[in-house]
Design a protein around this ligand. Structure first.
Ligand SMILES: Nc1ccn([C@@H]2O[C@H](COP(=O)(O)O)[C@@H](O)[C@H]2O)c(=O)n1
Ligand code: CDI
Length: 203
């Protein structure tokens, strides 16, 4: 009886780079193949942000003003969640990050409403043919408890982006009393988006 090998050499043949196997020629042929199959293009992006807590400022999360005895410090309104989502969108489409679009050295963005910032970015993506498949995000803070606010933030995000609510999920996490979040010194947010673009000649 022939003995089966418990390990095997990969079928892949390692070849030295040739003109055909490298650079733009390879990329172009992959892209053509994708287009020929008339497939939608999908892009995933992630974003994160952190802002310091501060007294005497409103706490704005995802475009919702949350009842709280402190807010977040920043050049803009410091909406940590919208900033993370903006970065996820820019990441998905390979367009840098929020600071490149809205530099915190520019007086134009001082106390800016982040709803305007995200709508500016999102409208530009929509013009480029992108649609939101889904958005998942997490706000990390010790206080306030976000249970009652999560549905409102989800609703507001759907409104801001003009997408059905079921494409959006909002989660909350505490800092387990450790680190800057756990000590209430900062609030952080993370976001992941999946974007889709229909093929040129439609699906
Ligand atoms: N500021 C927060 C933090 C968390 N929650 C909710 O508590 C649950 C447990 O979260 P842990 O981070 O403590 O494991 C979870 O369901 C969170 O949504 C919250 O409401 N507000
Ligand atoms: C939004 C901008 C611009 O006002 O300022 P901040 O509110 O400080 O926010 P941050 O997430 O640190 O970075 C992006 C900035 O360019």
């Amino acid at each position: 009886m022939a003995r089966r090998r418990l390990w095997s050499t990969p079928d892949l043949q390692i070849q030295s780079p040739s003109a055909e196997w490298s650079g733009t020629k390879r990329q172009a042929s992959r892209k053509d193949e994708h287009n020929m199959q008339n497939l939608p293009e999908f892009r995933v992006g992630e974003g994160c942000d952190v802002h310091r807590t501060i007294a005497d400022r409103p706490l704005i999360l995802g475009g919702v003003t949350v009842d709280c005895d402190f807010g977040l410090d920043g050049h803009s309104d410091a909406d940590v969640l919208l900033h993370a989502i903006i970065d996820a969108m820019l990441g998905a489409t390979g367009q840098g990050d929020i600071g490149e679009w809205f530099p915190n050295t520019d007086a134009k963005w001082k106390n800016a409403d982040s709803v305007n910032l995200i709508q500016h970015v999102w409208n530009s993506l929509i013009s480029g043919g992108w649609q939101l498949q889904n958005l998942d995000c997490t706000i990390c803070c010790e206080r306030p408890r976000l249970g009652p606010w999560k549905p409102l933030i989800r609703q507001r995000l759907a409104e801001i982006l003009d997408v059905p609510e079921d494409r959006i999920n909002v989660k909350a996490k505490s800092g387990e009393a450790v680190g800057p979040v756990g000590r209430g010194e900062a609030i952080t947010a993370q976001a992941v988006v999946l974007l889709a673009k229909s093929p040129k000649n439609g699906v």
